[in-house]
Design a protein around this ligand. Structure first.
Ligand code: BG6
Length: 477
């Protein structure tokens, strides 16, 4: 279904994210007919260029970042026809009049700030002061949304001085992932799971986002950030919220976000003994991370594992274990809901029966798996074995349904005016208020993160975090 006609102004249009994700995502939406003929994308950056020059840059980006099978010349040309370019000095005066002249009345206006957060407030003010932003315009901002609670509050204040909360779209691209939304469908569109979705039946939950890439090429940003700010504060907290939240009364942006905020507010402060941070070293034992960020003495973590308690009626006594890291053995993200063991065994000589595990796989091979115990087939005595009921979305839904990339979905939601999959200001601040003390305690202690080998599953201590509770992490890879 096509969205309404729009003018999308993309600040930072020549930047990495625009080239890799946003423009290829828009191209895909164009190819499936979701963009009406009147839709236009106006690239904007400091570089002086004309529209033709910008189109050639975008053509090159599409060649690099979209699969060859998704490209044909006619479609690429059709998409490029929708593009325009205006050079704007985001922190100065130049270009704003020209930008105003390029925009049309009576279409949805969205301003996508794919730029450094230090420019958010200034751009928001200029959009407002120069009359470019209307009461219905949307403003979209990328992470990192702040460095801590104070800076997030400042960013919120800067945006809200010129835009209403219902116009502000804070991106967490994990919320645009297919399986993340499927988690809500699984929980709230089926009657099977929700009655069991509580501490009475669930022993613990493991949320893992493991990556194989390191931080080469983005060391300057990453070394000032670390896994806690880069991944836990946003992506993993969002996954935790969607897993732990109560059912919203309706599927509306504020009903969903109200429930997520309540989960963050119910998080206990993290005990130092419940958190392990690590830093990868190269396979040969050298300082892999430190080399990559060019800081031999870096204490920044590229790995975090932690045990988290959601202190409310539903979850008291059921811990959530979160784990994320760079340069791990495999790229694998999942939410594993581990049910309690059966209370009693009627079968002789089988030992302890293990609980069911429901795994929601985010990537790769998105799908859902349920570990069950069945009778081992064949003659002889009754023996038991574990088998997984496995559903891969790609197989279940057929090859035609190319999953949308997170950015494709999110940009179209902006045009539609649907904020459900975007973070509200209070939500971001609540998450910072929870992680800030942990980061502060690391700075105060002066301790170093534990080293782990590139290609491993993280530091030994992370294994211990679970072992001491009589539990174990699921294997990575
Ligand atoms: C980004 C982080 O938000 O998410 C990166 O800044 C990380 O460090 C990336 O690599 C992971 O996203 P995805 O979609 O590849 O899992």
């Amino acid at each position: 279904i096509p969205v309404q006609p729009f003018d999308l102004v993309l600040f930072g249009a020549t930047g990495d994210l625009a080239r890799r994700k946003i423009l290829p995502g828009l191209y895909h939406r164009f190819t499936v007919g979701q963009m009406p003929p009147e839709a236009r994308i106006i690239g904007s950056a400091r570089s002086k260029m004309d529209a033709a020059g910008f189109r050639e840059k975008v053509r090159a980006a599409l060649e690099e970042f979209t699969p060859a099978a998704d490209r044909n010349e006619e479609q690429v040309d059709g998409f490029l026809d929708r593009l325009d370019y205006v050079s704007v000095d985001a922190s100065g005066k130049g270009g704003w009049k020209e930008l105003a002249a390029a925009l049309r009345p009576d279409v949805v206006r969205a301003f996508y700030l794919s730029v450094s957060p230090s420019l958010f407030s200034g751009i928001a003010a200029r959009l407002h002061d120069s009359g470019l932003a209307t009461a219905d315009s949307r403003i979209v901002v990328e992470k990192p949304f702040g460095h801590d609670l104070n800076s997030a509050q400042e960013l919120n204040a800067g945006l809200r001085a010129n835009f209403e909360e219902h116009q502000i779209y804070r991106i967490d691209h994990y919320l645009g992932k297919e399986t993340v939304q499927n988690l809500m469908a699984l929980r709230f569109a089926n009657s099977l799971f929700e009655p069991l979705w509580n501490a009475t039946h669930i022993d613990h939950v493991q949320i893992t986002v493991a990556e194989t890439i390191g931080v080469d090429g983005r060391g300057a940003y990453y070394d000032g950030s670390g896994a806690m700010r880069d991944m836990i504060q946003n992506h993993l907290v969002q996954l935790l919220c969607l897993t732990a939240m109560e059912s919203p009364s309706k599927f509306t942006p504020n009903a969903v976000r109200d429930e997520k905020v309540k989960v963050i507010q119910a998080l206990d402060p993290v005990e130092p003994s419940d958190i392990v941070r690590g830093q990868y070293r190269a396979d040969d034992g050298g300082d892999g991370y430190c080399d990559h960020v060019g800081n031999p003495d870096s204490r920044t973590e590229s790995f975090v594992a932690m045990k988290v308690h959601v202190s409310n009626w539903r979850w008291a006594g059921t811990p959530f274990y979160l784990r994320t890291g760079k340069k791990l053995r495999a790229r694998e993200s999942e939410i594993a809901v581990v049910f309690r063991d059966p209370p009693h065994t009627i079968f002789p000589n089988v030992g302890r029966l293990r609980g069911n595990v429901l795994v929601i796989r985010l990537q790769p091979d998105e799908g859902i798996t349920l570990r069950t115990t069945i009778k081992d087939p064949g003659p002889g005595g009754l023996r038991l074995t574990e088998v997984s009921l496995d559903m891969s979305f790609a197989e279940a839904l057929g090859a035609d349904s190319r999953p949308q990339d997170a950015y494709e979905r999110l940009v179209m939601d902006v045009i539609r005016g649907d904020q459900t999959l975007f973070m509200r200001g209070d939500e971001v601040e609540a998450a910072w208020a929870w992680v800030d003390p942990v980061i502060q305690s690391w700075a105060d202690s002066g301790d170093r993160p534990a080293k782990y080998d590139a290609g491993s599953s993280g530091p030994e201590d992370a294994l211990m975090l679970m072992h001491r509770d009589g539990r174990r992490w699921r294997e990575i890879g």
